[in-house]
Design a protein around this ligand. Sequence first.
Ligand SMILES: NC(=O)c1ccc[n+]([C@@H]2O[C@H](COP(=O)([O-])OP(=O)(O)OC[C@H]3O[C@@H](n4cnc5c(N)ncnc54)[C@H](O)[C@@H]3O)[C@@H](O)[C@H]2O)c1
Length: 312
Amino acid sequence: MNLADIKRVGVVGGGTMGFGIAINFALWGYSTVIRDLSDEILEQSMKQVKSAMALLVEEELITQKQADDTMSRITTTTDLEEVAANSDFITEAIVERLQDKQELFNALDKLCPLHTIIVSNTSGLVLSDIGADVKRQDKIGLTHYFAPPHIVPGVEVAKGPGTSDETYNIIYNLMKKVKKVPIRVLKELPGYLLNRIQGAMSREAHRLWAEGVATAEEIELGIKAAFGFRMPHEGPFGHYDLAGIWKWSADIRAPRRTRQASEPFDEATEKIRARLAEGKPWFVDSEKFDEAIEKRDREYIRRLKELYWSKE
Ligand SMILES: NC(=O)c1ccc[n+]([C@@H]2O[C@H](COP(=O)([O-])OP(=O)(O)OC[C@H]3O[C@@H](n4cnc5c(N)ncnc54)[C@H](O)[C@@H]3O)[C@@H](O)[C@H]2O)c1
């Protein structure tokens, strides 16, 4: 099985995520069928598809012809057998309930042709639970999109315990083909990668609000005006590089103790300490640090003009 063998895709669940995932596949040429539980729900899904397409055209991201072609590639059904029989690749985007996802995976496993790959868009469940009873262990995987999935580029791509390398590569390359930015997640764990990072920030923000450190409005504003402003250009590793933290002396660069001094660091903290002790950037060429800073600053200035100063 190759990427080129995937010609028709199915999306099961046409809600908030499903209709956008369907748009993304159809926009880049795939014949796409959405399955949901009733005609009324599917009508709603198609209304959302239509208005999303109108907005993409109005904002000149795509042409009217692209929108018309996309619409012509999307069909709907309430019949699971129909999706199963006509899909080389199926994305599950139904309600976040383990039992429902397990039942769906088991049913699809029985109904789909042997070559069909089935992936889940779960936010917090793990594939080894969702697909526990599936026979085609080598042909299941995870694609975790971010709302709205027809616009946000990043998609996490992860394996279950039995996912073959061939399947994983097809999923990864398929995401690239539909112009997503796939992010490889190397281990299976609840929340996978990005929701865990997002969760860490949310937990701290909620706690600081509850402790009365700032109002919800001010926390939101700070995150948008500081992190949000910088984040199109840098994440936590890039920030370490560009803020020049790698140049600081070793004693202030090292992660601080948050527990008793007598307690040993855990394995992950030791690993981070060892890496940071090297005193070198993650990505930036230390010989070209000034160039990297100038590039960053130019981008920041453009963003400042566009997002803040133009409104004054
Ligand atoms: N909403 C988000 O921001 C977001 C982001 C990433 C991942 N997810 C995940 O995507 C999945 C879907 O989330 P959502 O926000 O689109 O939910 P939603 O409630 O908007 O949509 C779910 C749809 O699935 C349908 N459905 C339920 N059981 C079904 C079945 N057996 N067959 C076919 N359709 C069925 C429902 O009728 C509904 O239309 C969840 O697993 C969620 O955790 C959501």
